[in-house]
Design a protein around this ligand. Structure first.
Ligand SMILES: Cc1cc2nc3c(=O)[nH]c(=O)nc-3n(C[C@H](O)[C@H](O)[C@H](O)COP(=O)(O)OP(=O)(O)OC[C@H]3O[C@@H](n4cnc5c(N)ncnc54)[C@H](O)[C@@H]3O)c2cc1C
Length: 498
């Protein structure tokens, strides 16, 4: 009865209800895809060695291992056009997977719908003047770096090799942020398949409103098949990672604060990712340190990191691809993951207090099998914000920050082995991370930006970009997706407020 009423109400607005007949629609979509694009579509099966199983479990967090009705692996833009037309015509829910590194359940996978995995869209081409590289959405950063560094260039993208291109639909922390701005600011163009099944190139001269919206807009506007990324000449870097024992933590805290308020601003050719790890009931510092130069030693601006007593370091001259592959060790697929993020103005006492509270929280969870905690804090410098403006602006609302002041983005993550522990860990985690934000608000250092890349499912990312930007994003959505296909049928991930 309820389903019937709902169906008739929704039909008044031209929508169809998600009731039992949705299963029939999804089956129809899977069948039609399989018929029109042979060898791209794999129906649900019980095997653990099938393409279906491999695709539905190729995610960093086990919270993303869902049960789609079928998986679809396009290889070209045209394949995606056909698929989106079929989904739109039949009202089929679907999910879009780039590199599968979101920890949010159903951000890039789906129960009882169609999982579109972009992983076979792998082509990489270069503009004639080598100002940009156009990379298929299925590349990992390690794959992209291998091709791009071979030509003597680098892009502003992820620091860990296995992560995927969805990173530049959020914001994008990179080795090169301090000089060139965020990853999203360095996307010269997005090739996007819209809800009506047509493809547009959104760049600074064509569909510039959509170009702006995608710089932070996630999966709200279309399926991106290719990213045209700005190339920066590069001969590699001097970089690696320092491991600091617990006795060095006070010195690491100091160096971290100095990096945010001084080093990252004054030396734009460096990158530090000051990270604390809690594992096996022990806390230590784990900090990638990078000089973006063809050099065999650290510049004076980074010497402090070497002077802190460390138990291990891997510094050497190398390609970024090599570094990105080294850093990813220790971040395996398939464990339970959750992360949370928020932004503050740098404050030394707050950074220190947060570390202490975080260590206490992690210690209280050490009885959970496989429990690890990780936290880091990353600067967005005034120059990086200005680069975003210079390159045509993004949707993130960072211009609201106080002038000449760095923003500090916290990442807080937990990992453990078993889904059966979720009910114990996640509620406590939620209280913990909210408490940290309240403390920042009380101190007057809170900045209301939530970075999509590290967000949790219950964080309102797009709303955090500010009212004006939300209205602009809604106008772009109305123009390119008038029946809100990407709002209604792609339900996972961070959605634009209605
Ligand atoms: C080990 C690890 C290291 C990380 N390192 C960094 C880092 O250095 N810098 C940083 O900024 N972030 C980093 N992140 C965070 C990362 O940016 C986000 O997890 C990001 O979402 C990953 O993109 P993906 O394509 O791998 O993920 P997915 O989970 O596949 O996608 C994430 C979201 O984007 C959407 N999406 C993906 N591809 C498309 C597409 N082609 N078209 C439309 N929508 C799409 C998906 O639907 C989903 O909602 C890291 C994460 C992990 C787990």
């Amino acid at each position: 009865m309820y389903a019937k009423t709902l169906a008739s109400v929704l039909s008044l607005f031209g929508f169809t209800a998600a009731s039992s007949y949705q299963d029939a629609a999804v089956t129809r979509c899977c069948t039609e895809l399989a018929a029109r694009l042979p060898n791209t579509t794999f129906a649900r099966d019980a095997s653990q060695s099938s393409m279906y199983y491999e695709t539905r479990t190729s995610f960093w967090s086990s919270t993303e291992w869902l049960d789609p009705t079928c998986v679809f692996l396009p290889t070209t833009t045209a394949d995606v056009e056909i698929a989106v037309s079929i989904f739109n015509a039949n009202e089929c829910p679907f999910a879009i997977r780039g590199g599968g590194h979101s920890a949010i359940r159903a951000a890039a996978n789906i129960d009882d719908g169609i999982l579109v995995s972009m992983k076979n869209v792998k082509d990489i081409t270069f503009s004639k003047d080598f100002s940009t590289a156009t990379i298929g959405a299925g590349n990992t950063w390690a794959e992209a770096y291998e091709a791009i560094e071979a030509k003597g260039y680098m892009i502003v993208a992820g620091r860990f090799g296995t992560v995927g291109t969805g990173l530049v639909l959020g914001a994008g922390f990179s080795y090169l942020n301090n000089r060139h701005g965020l990853g999203a600011d360095n996307v010269a163009g997005y090739r996007v398949i819209l809800a009506n099944g047509t493809t547009v190139l959104a760049n600074s001269t064509h569909h510039s409103d959509l170009h702006w919206a995608l710089k932070g807009g996630g999966n709200n506007f279309g399926v991106v098949s290719h990213y045209e990324l700005i190339l920066h000449p590069s001969q590699g870097c001097f970089g690696g990672r320092y491991t600091y024992p617990h006795s060095s933590i006070e010195a690491v805290k100091k160096a971290t604060y100095n990096y945010h308020v001084k080093t990252a601003i004054e030396d734009k050719d460096v990158h530090v990712l000051p990270t604390y790890v809690f594992a096996n009931n022990e806390t230590y510092g784990y900090t990638p340190v990078v000089s973006n130069r063809n050099a065999t030693s650290l510049p004076p601006s980074l010497k402090a990191w070497d002077q802190i007593p460390h138990s291990n370091q891997t510094m050497k001259y190398r390609k970024y691809g090599n570094l990105a592959n080294e850093l990813v060790a220790g971040f395996p697929n398939g464990l339970v993951q959750s992360h949370y993020t928020f932004t503050v103005y740098p404050d030394e006492a707050y950074f220190s207090e947060l570390f202490d509270l975080w260590e206490q929280f992690c210690t209280s969870m050490s009885h959970i099998e496989g429990f690890n905690g990780l936290h880091t804090v990353m600067p967005i410098t005034p120059h990086a914000i200005a680069e975003g403006i210079r390159r045509g602006r993004n949707a993130l609302g960072l211009e609201r920050a106080k002038p000449k002041t760095t923003l500090s983005v916290f990442y807080l993550g937990v990992t453990f082995n078993n889904e059966s522990d979720i009910d114990e860990v996640f509620p406590a985690w939620e209280v913990f991370v909210r408490t940290l934000q309240v403390r920042a608000k009380r101190k007057g250092i809170f900045f209301p930006y939530i970075m999509m890349n590290y967000s949790d499912h219950n964080q309102q990312v797009l709303a955090s970009y500010g009212e004006e930007n939300v209205k602009r994003l809604q106008a772009v959505q109305k123009r390119y997706d008038p029946s809100l296909v990407f709002q209604r049928l792609v339900t996972g991930g961070q959605k634009l407020p209605l």
